[in-house]
Write a new protein. Structure first.
Lengths: 262, 608
């Protein structure tokens, strides 16, 4: 059942690079990552590709395959036409380190800015109680494997490096939404979602949802509800009046929930 | 030589899986300056693949459960070879560690009255595993990762440690504090991204590097599992205990070939799935060992009733400990009653509704659908044993996690003793929480007591750099990928599930030849993100660990837990009092027999 697969793999570094042609023998049932591994083992030992679990659980092997953002370990070769050339390139939104490996540190910097979970104190018997239906909303968002494919396709930053400082991206709107909807959390992150994470820049084109390998409804279940909550806070006439009267908008920085825990 | 990047910490944690992160959080909370070094990006460690749950006697589902029952299950699962004190601490502290995760934002599945839900697993008397669907490991690592980030702990991502420094390696004037082993002073490594070297000076180093599975051909482990911590500890002067015990998880995927070995969670059986051979027979009823007869159902009717009523029925044989189930599957396939692709059938489709399966086992559903075109709500899975976990590891003090090398700690899979001859499912996530915290705290306290930070000399760094760069100096030598493949063949074929003396002697000969070959490895390209070079360095560790496994397995002339000898099929009581320790002996590995620590009478009574 094996055959010779034609591949084009981008090779290079921050200074530039090119697509390189490979012909790789592959077997039935294999995925793109298998083919890349075979190139490493038999043709180019230094081909750089990030991977860990090879089971779609860690989100390390994100690349663009024939132009589509995918996990290389979950892209079966049987999804291509026989004889079709498979082209693998690095994620475009992040700077290239080498070959298929990109510098995703932007995401880790953003993660540091999200205020930590701050639960209400435990009840007297020491047991938090939550209903399954209430945790399920957050559980959907916590399925995220941080493959950053959603960040990669988000057009706010895909070709706009300049937007990165003011925009956290879909993965972190998910995080804001998860904390905001957590039954035990006491922080109010709505102001931060708007001012620091830039949720207003998202115009819900749903590209993130389309590429999510975990099938999380990022736009419908996280971003839109989050936008609604932000809007309620910012533009509700009563809240607005309260802010004007009590000058809450001029409170010092210290009142904003902090990113660091105790 | 050129100046290299240097850092100084009170506690350096090597590894950012569950144990490493929990240790770092504990050390930080104890006031230490902590650094974490990890081979991959933060949040990608192997913990992410743990599926079923965290074993903890919280008694949320069964009031009868308590730490003593959990302790007893753990010891019996480990065939009584566990360090009793570790098993005790583990069972006592696991519930608090789970509740703590909840405080840090973890969202566990709930019981109808809102408590953390607990599920059934092999070898556990009661439903005991706190879980999130079948992606508990992801929840655990994400929670700890977010906590560590919130605390501002410094993380060195995609950075690999290749050498530990000790006072004796420095040939310093510092007095040697114990026979053989010097005190730890730091570590040396390289940035994967740039290939540049980095040195850490630290009075306490916590190893949390996980396991060794990548030395085997069929494994559920990720590429990182190359036994780094095992080898680093050995070379620093520590001993490895119980290395002959390697767990083959009974249910890995067997088809298609490219996914062979990927884990199929035990929760499938915990939630009602059964194993059948090609004749449709639930064959596990034919493999109930004497040791577990009294507590295992002997009819399908009783086994099926158990899911609803655990008080009046005994557990299904599918939920025997993993070593028993793996051996049974192996025997069925050997007897010609296997599935088309050389496994057996794991069937939940005919026993539970599609909705139930999708809710309880979402990632299994996804995994089979995407990778094998199998709908597990409609048809059975094909499964077979896969190398999953090493019970053996660095011998540590149970209470503090410190090894024989002062200042060197180990927690999680890289530590040995806790699981004895076989680990129960669910006990690894609780292990890494309980002992991650303990080692982190004690590493911080010890650093505080020691006061000043150690320094590392240029000469040591020069030697470590030269060693790391060696593969670039050889042209036309061995391909590291080929050597790794050959190593995997040796371990798979000769030191696998079923072992014999002749095969293991052959393995030792083959390993010696491989050791010779790794002195002649060549890598192409340059130092920037070069996987061929990284593998060349990892191979050194994989060979060290493989030799330990083969030597210890040859020495233990009995069958027990994760160690099955075809030439010594019986369990031998005299071996039940002995632990095997591996230590570096010249350039090779030496084995010593040491008495098993004896448990006090009050705990012993639990087994009467």
């Amino acid at each position: 059942m094996g055959y010779d697969l034609k591949m084009k793999v981008w090779r290079g570094d921050a200074t530039g690079g090119d697509l390189v042609d490979y012909t790789v023998p592959v077997e039935e049932g294999e995925v793109v990552l298998d083919a890349l591994h075979r190139i490493q083992a038999t043709q180019s030992g230094d081909l750089a590709v990030r991977w860990n679990c090879k089971a779609g659980k860690c989100g390390s092997c994100s690349t663009e395959i024939n132009g589509k953002p995918r996990l290389a370990c979950m892209t079966r070769l049987s999804t291509f036409e026989p004889g079709e050339t498979v082209t693998v390139t690095p994620l475009r939104t992040f700077p290239v380190v080498r070959d298929l490996v990109t510098d995703v540190s932007y995401n880790y910097r953003v993660a540091e800015t999200v205020p930590a979970f701050a639960p209400e104190p435990r009840p007297a018997d020491g047991q938090y109680r939550m209903q399954q239906v209430d945790v399920e909303r957050g559980q959907e968002f916590r399925k995220c494997i941080e493959c950053f494919l959603c960040q990669n396709v988000c057009h706010v930053i895909r070709d706009h490096e300049e937007n990165k400082p003011a925009f956290s991206g879909p993965r972190f709107f998910l995080r804001y939404a998860e904390l905001e909807m957590h039954p035990l959390d006491t922080n109010d992150r709505r102001a931060l979602a708007r001012e620091q994470a830039g949720i207003g820049l998202c115009n819900i084109t749903k590209c993130c949802t389309e590429v999510c390998p975990e099938g999380i409804h990022i736009t419908d279940n996280a971003i839109i509800p989050m936008k609604e909550r932000v809007v309620d806070r910012s533009f509700d006439p009563v809240t607005w009046l309260g802010r004007k009267i009590f000058r809450r908008d001029q409170l010092p920085e210290a009142q904003v929930p902090q990113g660091r825990a105790e | 030589m050129a100046e290299i990047e240097r850092h100084s910490f009170d506690v350096l944690v090597v590894g950012a899986g569950g144990a490493g992160l929990r240790a770092a959080i504990a050390a930080h909370d104890a006031g230490a300056k902590v650094g974490i070094v990890c081979k991959s990006l933060l949040g990608k460690a192997h913990t992410v693949m743990a599926e079923g749950g965290i074993a903890a006697a919280m008694a949320n589902v069964w009031k009868e459960d308590n730490w003593k029952v959990h302790f007893r299950d753990t010891m019996r699962g480990g065939k009584m070879l566990n360090h009793w004190r570790m098993a005790q601490l583990h069972a006592q502290e696991a519930p608090d560690r789970v509740r703590e995760l909840e405080e840090w934002g973890a969202l566990f599945d709930r019981t109808p009255d809102g408590l953390i839900s607990q599920r059934d697993f092999g070898g556990h008397r009661y439903a005991r595993l706190a879980h999130v669907g079948d992606r508990t490991g992801l929840e655990l690592i994400r929670t700890l990762q977010q906590r560590a980030v919130a605390l501002g702990i410094e993380v060195f991502m995609e950075c690999t440690i290749t050498k530990l420094f000790t006072s004796t390696s420095a040939a310093s004037t510092e007095k040697r504090v114990s026979a053989g082993a010097g005190r730890i002073s730091g570590a040396f490594g390289y940035w994967r991204e740039s290939g540049r070297f980095i040195a850490f000076e630290a009075p306490s180093v916590v190893l949390a590097t996980g396991g060794i599975g990548k030395s085997y051909k069929v494994t559920s482990n990720s590429w990182e599992y190359t036994g780094d911590g095992h080898a680093l500890a050995l070379e620093a002067g520590a001993s490895l205990v119980n290395m002959e015990f390697v767990q083959f998880h009974p249910t890995g995927m067997v088809w298609p070939p490219s996914v062979k070995g990927i884990l199929v969670t035990e929760s499938v059986r915990g939630d009602g799935g059964v194993l059948r051979n090609s004749e449709g027979r639930r064959f596990m009823f034919d493999y109930i060992p004497e040791f577990f007869k009294a507590e295992t159902a002997d009819s399908e009717e009783e086994a099926d009733r158990w899911y609803e009523d655990k008080t009046n029925n005994r557990r299904p044989p599918e939920l025997l400990p993993r070593d028993e189930v793996a051996r049974a599957i192996n025997a069925e396939v050997k007897a010609g009653r296997g599935s088309p692709h050389g496994g057996v059938f794991l069937d939940i489709a005919s026993r539970r509704t599609p909705e139930y399966i999708r809710r309880r086992l979402p990632s299994m559903y996804h995994q089979f659908k995407e990778l094998a075109d199998v709908d597990i709500t409609a048809e059975p899975m094909e499964v077979g044993p896969t190398c999953h976990y090493v019970m053996g590891g660095v011998a540590v003090d149970p209470d503090t996690g410190e090894s024989a090398v002062p200042g060197l700690y180990a927690a999680g899979e890289v530590a040995g003793g806790m699981h004895g001859a076989n680990r129960l499912g669910g006990n690894s996530l609780s292990d890494l929480l309980v002992f991650g915290r303990r080692t982190g705290l004690n590493a911080a306290y010890a650093a505080g007591r020691r006061g000043e930070r150690p320094t590392i000399g240029d000469e040591e760094i020069r030697a470590a750099s030269e060693h790391a760069l060696a593969p670039f100096g050889i042209e036309g030598g061995e391909n590291p990928y080929t050597v790794q493949q050959d190593l995997q063949e040796v371990m798979h074929n000769l030191v696998g599930i079923i072992r014999t003396a002749d095969e293991m002697k052959q393995a030792l000969t083959d390993l010696a030849a491989l050791r010779e070959r790794i002195t002649r490895l060549s890598v192409e390209g340059h130092r920037q993100y070069n996987p061929g070079w990284h593998l060349a360095l990892d191979l050194h560790n994989m060979l060290r660990v493989s030799e330990c496994i083969a030597r210890a397995a040859l020495e233990r002339t009995e069958s027990r837990g994760g160690h099955t000898r075809d030439d010594y099929p019986a369990t031998d009581d005299s071996w039940g009092k002995v632990n095997l320790h591996c230590r570096l002996d010249g350039d090779g590995v030496g084995i010593t027999r040491e008495p098993l620590p004896q448990m006090p009478d009050d705990l012993r009574e639990l087994f009467n």
